[in-house]
Ligand binder design. Structure first.
Ligand SMILES: NC(=O)c1ccc[n+]([C@@H]2O[C@H](COP(=O)([O-])OP(=O)(O)OC[C@H]3O[C@@H](n4cnc5c(N)ncnc54)[C@H](OP(=O)(O)O)[C@@H]3O)[C@@H](O)[C@H]2O)c1
Length: 333
C-alpha cells in the first residue's frame, strides 16, 4: 500500500539551486528493498555542501539529501529485516546517489542497514549520526596501536577540530577509553565544553601551523585529525614512534605536505577513515560499542533539533563554521 509523505527536495535549474518541502508517494521510491519510516536524521558537513549547491556530488535532480537516518522498518523484501525492526543507516552513498534521510520515508538496500542496538534509541543514534560513527572508527583505529599491532600502551592522543561533530565525539570516546586527550581548537570560548567532554588539555589550533622540521620532538602516541591540510605536516612530525594518525576529515584543506621521515624512521601509520564505505560488520561493531563510550546526557546540551523546514535555514551555519554541537533532524514535526 502506498503512502504520501513529506521530503526535502533540492533542485537545480541552470545552476540555480532551490530547496523545498514536497509531498511524495512511497510508490515513487524505486531504489532498494526495505522501506523505512524515518524517525530522525542529522546534519553533517557533506549534507550542507549538498543542500547548498549539490556539492559537485549530486548528478540527478530533483533529489532528497540526508546521508544518515534512524527509523522503523515498514516493509521488507529481505528476511533479515522484519516490520517494526529499528534500524540505522549511514553512508553507502544514500543521500548522495540514492534518496536520503531528509524525508519521512526512505527505501534502501537491506545490505546498507544496521539493526539499532538495544541500549540505544533512534534519537541517540542520530545525536551521533555519521559524525559520531566516524569518531568511533577513529577511536578504534587509535586503540589498534596497542591491541591489533601490539604496540606500546597509548597515553597521549591529540584531537584536532575538537569542537566539531567528529572532534567532540572523538574527545569523549578516547577519554572514556582511558587516554589523555589533548584537544586542539580555534575556539577559545569552548575550553569548558571540551573539558566536560573529557579533554585533559586544550591547545590552540594555530600551534600546528607554520614551518616544521622533518621530525620534531615526539609528543603524541596517536592522533585523530579531523582537519587535515597544513597542520598535518607538524602533526606527523610530532607523532611518537609507532603512532597512528587517524585522518577522517579535510575541514582545513585537501592538500597535505609531508616527508618520508615520520614513516620510515618512526614507523608512523597514516590511517584514512571512510565511514561511508566501512563494512556493515564494522558499523555494527561500532554502533554496539557506542553506549559504553558516549555519555549522551553531556552531548544532549549541545543538540539542536529541527524540522525539515527549519533545516533549510540552519544548514548554511555549518558551512560558515558557526555551529557547535550537532543538529538532529526530525522529519515528523
Ligand atoms: N571520512 C569520513 O567518513 C567523514 C565522516 C564525517 C565527517 N568527515 C569530515 O570530517 C571533517 C569534520 O566533520 P564535522 O562533521 O566534525 O565538521 P564540523 O562539525 O564542521 O567540525 C569541523 C571542525 O574543524 C575545525 N575547523 C573548521 N574549519 C577549519 C579550518 N579552516 N582550519 C582548521 N580547523 C578548522 C573547527 O573546530 P575547532 O574550532 O574546534 O578547531 C570545526 O568545528 C569534515 O571535513 C567532514 O567532511 C569525514
Amino acid at each position: 500500500m502506498s503512502r504520501k509523505f513529506n521530503a526535502l527536495l533540492i533542485n537545480n535549474e541552470n545552476e540555480k539551486f532551490t530547496r523545498e518541502i514536497k509531498e511524495l508517494d512511497t510508490s515513487s521510491l524505486k531504489d532498494g528493498n526495505v522501506l523505512v519510516k524515518i524517525e530522525y536524521s542529522s546534519l553533517n558537513y557533506k549534507d550542507a555542501l549538498i543542500l547548498n549547491n549539490g556539492g559537485k556530488i549530486i548528478k540527478n535532480y530533483p533529489f532528497v539529501p540526508g546521508i544518515d537516518f534512524s527509523g522503523v522498518v515498514e516493509d521488507s523484501q529481505d528476511e533479515k529485516f522484519k516490520k517494526n525492526d529499528k534500524v540505522i543507516l549511514t553512508g553507502f552513498r544514500v543521500g548522495e546517489m540514492y534518496y536520503g534521510g531528509f524525508s519521512q520515508y526512505a527505501k534502501v538496500n537491506s545490505d546498507f542497514l544496521v539493526k539499532l542496538p538495544k541500549d540505544l534509541t533512534s534519537h541517540k543514534a542520530m545525536m551521533m549520526g555519521t559524525a559520531g560513527l566516524t569518531a568511533l572508527l577513529c577511536a578504534f583505529a587509535v586503540k589498534a596501536k596497542e591491541e591489533l599491532l601490539m604496540g606500546n600502551k597509548v597515553k597521549d592522543v591529540l584531537v584536532t577540530g575538537a569542537t566539531g561533530g567528529v572532534g567532540s565525539f572523538a574527545v569523549m570516546a578516547l577519554s572514556k577509553m582511558g587516554y589523555d586527550v589533548h584537544a586542539a581548537t580555534g575556539k577559545k570560548d569552548k575550553v569548558e565544553y571540551l573539558k566536560k567532554l573529557g579533554a585533559k588539555n586544550i591547545l590552540d589550533r594555530k600551534d600546528f601551523l607554520g614551518e616544521s622540521r622533518l621530525l620534531e620532538k615526539g609528543l603524541w602516541d596517536c592522533v585523530v585529525d579531523t582537519v587535515g591540510g597544513e597542520a598535518l605536516t607538524k602533526i606527523l612530525a610530532q607523532t611518537k614512534p609507532g603512532g597512528i594518525v587517524a585522518l577522517p576529515g579535510n575541514a582545513g584543506g585537501n592538500k597535505i605536505l609531508t616527508n618520508v621521515m615520520p614513516f620510515v624512521v618512526r614507523g608512523i601509520k597514516l590511517w584514512g577513515i571512510d565511514s561511508s564505505g566501512a563494512s556493515v560488520k564494522r558499523k555494527e561493531f561500532v554502533w554496539n560499542e557506542a553506549s559504553k563510550l558516549i555519555d549522551f546526557s553531556i552531548i544532549q546540551n549541545s543538540i539542536k533539533e529541527v524540522s525539515l523546514k527549519e533545516l533549510i535555514d540552519v544548514f548554511p551555519k555549518i558551512l560558515k563554521g558557526q555551529l557547535t554541537g550537532r543538529v538532529v533532524v526530525n522529519p515528523n514535526i
